[in-house]
Design a protein around this ligand. Structure first.
Ligand code: COA
Length: 460
């Protein structure tokens, strides 16, 4: 600091200078103008944290997010080019048809789906009989259980014994039957609750509300049943919330997304996923661990991208399309699972129709019977694990329990993340489990399928 500047120190500290400022700036306007300006220019520091330290409270990372997107696009563009140079164009729409049909004169998956109407009618007629008292509660429950068990067993038998059923056709048919199982289970429960309420009302002097809403047993019609079967929900209600009109632009936008994203999904699977999986077989057979991990990480990228696109295609585009067409008002098909800081938050928010079903027809009834929360949660994951395994093992005709274990491992994982990781660390753990967990299961099944169906017969 020079001699002139040292006169200013007391000024800046707020005390009176021992040297008059006139000796430095001998003008009349010194007090009125120069000193405030000097203070303004010289006090350039204040007590503050750096932006990137958490104590600063700074949270606007929009630019960083954009940077991530740009980096993602650039690195994927490179991968895209590398893939094209290495394999050429592998996308083949005709091949997609052959995935559904082995024999053009035999359509077992479609026949199975059409046949499912028999189970829908069985549930409706059982409920009609129960409503008028022709069937007692016990007989009704027994008939419903037979109906529901057949829904689960018939597609398994068809897949195992009909040779023209392809694995993709089988997944499709089994998914439809699983949805039907969950819907008819809900239908049975809700109608029973309605009977209980009717009995309670009859006991309290037969009080009846005058209402424009459908009331039990007025709901037991074909129209009501098929509205529920096609509606994008697994939980039955007598009066669903309805949207006032069909918005044509919204409907067309969702339709465009559905068609476009479907093409994109098929293209990405054929061009990116299939060759990566094929190249992974050798390291897995040789049990070359470092190459296995390299393959796993390589597969994780297309697998995760495809899963994200599938999420948007199914839970946003398709479900909103169907809901708009049917004027179904409740559009909460997913919540903000991407912000999950715990594994339980993820499972309770990424697939709302299944979560609502689990809560309403399985979890809460168990809690009401006095089962502890932890046991009830484990039981829900057990049922979910069964259905995941069912949807994979049966079409592949291969019982390996990888999907079952993948789902069951969520219980200790949820405990670990909830106990030891918080905030962003918890969120990162959820993302890592999604990005790495799925390709492990995919590679396990493909490897076993390859050994059993491709290598096995040729070796023989
Ligand atoms: C197991 C599962 C149902 C737990 O859900 P959760 O939201 O973490 O459960 P919570 O314990 O927080 O409670 C949920 C509800 O039960 C209620 N509840 C909690 N304890 C209760 C008790 N003792 N008695 C009655 N109700 C109770 C809560 O009030 C809450 O009600 P709300 O939804 O109306 O607010 C959920 O993790 C799940 O759905 N898992 C499986 C998901 C799955 O397999 N999906 C497959 C997708 S492919």
């Amino acid at each position: 600091m020079g001699p002139e500047q040292s006169h200013l120190v007391p000024l800046l500290k707020g005390s009176k200078p021992n040297v008059s400022c006139f000796s430095v700036f001998p003008h009349v306007w010194c007090h009125d103008f120069v000193i405030p300006v000097l203070i303004l220019f010289c006090s350039c520091h204040k007590l503050q944290e750096s932006l990137l330290s958490s104590a600063s409270g700074y949270s606007n990372y929009r630019g960083i997010l954009n940077w991530c997107v740009v980096m993602l696009i650039l690195s994927n563009a490179r991968l895209f080019l590398e893939n094209l140079i290495k394999y050429g164009i592998l996308v083949d729409p005709i091949q997609v048809i052959s995935l559904f049909l082995k024999d053009p004169y035999s359509w077992p998956a479609l026949c199975l789906i059409i046949f499912s109407n028999v189970f829908i009618m069985a549930a409706l007629y059982t409920e009609r009989r129960l409503s008028v008292g022709t069937f007692g509660e016990r007989l009704g429950t027994f008939l419903h259980l037979i109906n529901l068990s057949t829904i689960l067993c018939l597609p398994v038998a068809t897949v195992l014994f009909v040779s023209s059923m392809t694995p993709v056709g089988a997944v499709f048919a089994l998914a439809v039957y699983t949805i039907l199982f969950l819907k008819l289970y809900s239908y049975k429960d809700v109608n029973r609750w309605c009977r209980d309420i009717r009995q309670a009302r009859a006991a309290s002097w037969g009080l009846r509300e005058a209402s424009t809403q459908v009331s039990y047993p007025g709901n037991l019609t074909h129209r009501d049943m098929y509205y529920f079967i096609f509606a994008p929900t697994l939980c039955y209600e007598l009066n669903f919330p309805r949207s006032p009109r069909i918005r044509k632009r919204f409907l067309l936008r969702r339709l465009f997304e559905m068609v476009f994203l479907m093409q994109l999904l098929v293209g990405l699977i054929q061009q990116w996923m299939v060759p990566t999986i094929q190249n992974s077989m050798k390291p897995f057979q040789d049990m070359d661990f470092s190459r296995m991990i390299e393959r796993l990480l390589k597969l994780a990228v297309p697998n995760h991208l495809i899963w994200l696109i599938f999420f948007y295609w199914f839970f946003h585009s398709s479900m909103n399309f169907v809901a708009e067409l049917m004027q179904f008002g409740d559009r909460e098909f997913y919540r903000d699972w991407w912000n999950s800081e715990t594994v339980t938050y993820f499972w309770a928010n990424w697939n709302i129709p299944v979560h609502k079903w689990c809560l309403r027809h399985f979890y809460k009834p168990m809690l009401k019977r006095g089962v502890s929360k932890r046991v009830a949660q484990a039981a829900v994951f057990l049922v979910s694990a069964f259905f995941h395994e069912y949807l994979v093992s049966v079409p592949l005709k291969m019982f390996r329990l990888w999907a079952f274990m993948g789902m069951m491992v969520q219980v200790p994982l949820a405990w670990f993340v909830g106990q030891f990781l918080r905030g962003n660390y918890g969120n990162a753990a959820v993302w890592i489990s999604l990005i790495i967990g799925q390709p492990i299961a995919v590679l396990m099944y493909v490897h076993d399928y390859y050994v059993l169906h491709v290598q096995g017969p040729s070796a023989g």
